[in-house]
Design a protein around this ligand. Structure first.
Ligand SMILES: NC(=O)c1ccc[n+]([C@@H]2O[C@H](COP(=O)([O-])OP(=O)(O)OC[C@H]3O[C@@H](n4cnc5c(N)ncnc54)[C@H](OP(=O)(O)O)[C@@H]3O)[C@@H](O)[C@H]2O)c1
Length: 327
């Protein structure tokens, strides 16, 4: 197949291109080339999606397209430029498109989505809700333009080359060992997908002409299972100290990502539905997931000297644990 990746210079787009090449496809990646390089073996076409005429360098027809856009204008320009020239179209959306982050075990069918962005609004970085609303608009634009559309609402994507540093925090932390501050309760659930598993499913979806809207995320696991999986994959000999949400909040620990954060930790009950989606339909439609230990080991092996890790510093973690024990 001739596959066009709109993107392909960073993390997921690169993983899709790599997977499509491994499956024997002819792959073209189209981007500005400012975020990184396409993978070896892919053709690269320089485009600028912020310009309505900026996709002119993409020539010919494609059996399948994979689009990772966040801005409605980028999708609008792409669907106009590619009209009549593409077959299957995967739009990589996000679970941030959902309106209800609190209710656990929602499916695509039961979970309401946010309203589309206001006409002309085009700034997904303005807020988490703006990002979700822009994704909803992008989804609608693609569905209106093409018949064979696979909307893949990705959840937390992890694994080698992840630029966010969130999952990497836990990989690095378990690799270091010692006493590890584990947030919340061991029975709470988390959810993620290995970038290579999501890429594999995306390529097979194009091959099999899968259409419809699905969540691109694995089955939820407990925090206890999450840490056990990391330890199994990394051979770490660390010990976990579970620290309550109330303590973390009272000590200004930040949720999810960023300085002084504990990545993948979210306040409950407000976010009880964010990492607990029921992905039975996705698994039935072909999503396959590898063991967490494999993801962790491969992520560690891919660490570079310039890797970006977000989360608590070692000093902050030691100080918090000291205070926790003192109480
Ligand atoms: N990471 C997560 O945990 C997570 C969770 C849920 C959903 N998602 C979704 O999953 C996808 C991840 O994609 P990704 O890892 O490939 O990263 P990304 O940061 O979304 O990549 C954006 C791609 O688009 C290109 N691009 C940006 N502006 C452009 C422009 N004006 N013209 C042409 N190309 C442009 C970039 O390349 P250049 O800069 O080189 O042009 C890059 O290749 C996204 O759709 C994201 O919303 C991610």
């Amino acid at each position: 197949m001739r596959i066009l990746v709109l993107g392909g210079t960073v993390f997921f787009g690169r993983a899709v291109a790599r997977q499509a090449l491994a499956a024997g496809h002819d792959v073209t990646c189209a981007a500005r080339g400012t975020s990184g390089d396409p993978v070896d073996g892919a053709r690269f076409v320089m485009i600028d999606r912020s310009d309505p005429d900026g996709l002119g360098a993409i020539e010919g027809t494609f059996d399948a397209v994979v689009d990772v856009a966040r801005k409605p204008s980028h999708v609008r320009h792409a669907v106009a430029a590619l009209a009549g020239r593409v077959g299957h179209y995967t739009f990589v959306s996000s679970c941030s498109a959902y309106a209800d982050a609190a209710t656990p075990d929602q499916t695509v069918a039961t979970g309401p989505v946010l309203p589309a962005a206001e006409p002309g609004f085009d700034d997904p970085a303005a807020s988490p809700e703006a990002y979700g609303r822009c994704k909803v608009t992008c989804e609608e634009l693609v569905r209106e333009a093409f018949a064979d559309v696979f909307v893949n609402r990705a959840g937390l994507i992890v694994g080698p080359e992840d630029p966010t540093g969130r999952f990497d925090y836990w990989v690095a932390r378990h690799a270091r060992g010692g006493e590890i501050l584990a947030p919340g309760d061991p029975g709470e659930r988390v959810q993620y997908v290995d970038v290579r598993d999501l890429a594999d499913w995306t390529v097979r979806a194009a091959e099999e002409s899968l259409t419809g809207t699905f969540d691109g995320i694995g089955t939820p696991i407990t925090r206890r299972e999450f840490h056990a999986g990391l330890q199994a994959g990394l051979g770490g000999g660390g010990t976990l100290t579970w620290v309550s949400q109330d303590f973390l909040t009272a000590h200004d620990v930040v949720a999810w990502s960023g300085p002084r954060s504990l990545p993948l930790w979210l306040p409950l009950p407000e976010y009880a539905g964010f990492l607990t989606r029921d992905t039975t339909p996705s698994l039935a439609a072909g999503l396959r997931t590898r063991p967490l230990g494999e993801t962790a080991a491969d992520t560690l092996a891919a660490f570079s000297d310039t890797r970006h890790i977000t989360g608590l510093t070692e000093e902050e973690e030691v100080a918090l644990l000291r205070e926790w024990h003192a109480q």
